[in-house]
Write a protein of this length. Structure first.
Length: 147
């Protein structure tokens, strides 16, 4: 049984975009971060002002710089398998578990200036190198005999 690519299970962007828009969801993680940053900016500024004026009950600001940074979220957690090692769907389950983290890795690399082709080729080469020490050489080839 061959596994399908993870992204083959996702809706194409032209189909997903109107659904996402109708639900009022941001179209990307970066857009969500920007929105969330704007939502938090006002309350954090008010907090800093109240702290500076000693207007927070039980809290005083010492002569220490206080800065807040909104950072990008860490990689999404990878869920544990819910089926035994010999289960036929375990490979697919692993793909689904790794998908969000891989998508975020692709996005971060693209934001740094790498193209999708460069990212994909780099990940393939890194995976190939990792497998070389773990599997017999013929296991690195698919059913058609190509690597």
């Amino acid at each position: 049984m061959r596994n399908r690519r993870f992204d083959s299970y996702l809706l194409p962007e032209p189909v997903a975009a109107p659904i996402v828009s109708k639900l009022g969801l941001p179209s990307s993680a970066d857009e969500w971060l920007d929105r969330r940053g704007q939502e938090l900016d006002g309350p954090l500024k008010k907090f800093a002002q109240r702290l500076k004026r000693n207007k927070l009950d039980g809290v005083r600001q010492l002569k220490i710089a206080c800065r807040f940074l909104l950072s990008k979220p860490r990689a999404p957690p990878i869920v544990q398998p819910s089926c035994p090692v010999d289960h036929p769907d375990r490979g697919l389950q692993c793909q689904l578990a790794l998908g969000p983290a891989l998508q975020q890795l692709f996005e971060r690399a693209a934001e740094s200036g790498w193209t999708e082709d460069e990212i994909a080729c780099a990940l393939l080469e890194l995976t190939r190198e990792r497998l070389k020490g773990q599997l017999p050489s013929e296991a690195l080839f698919d059913r058609e005999g190509t690597s």
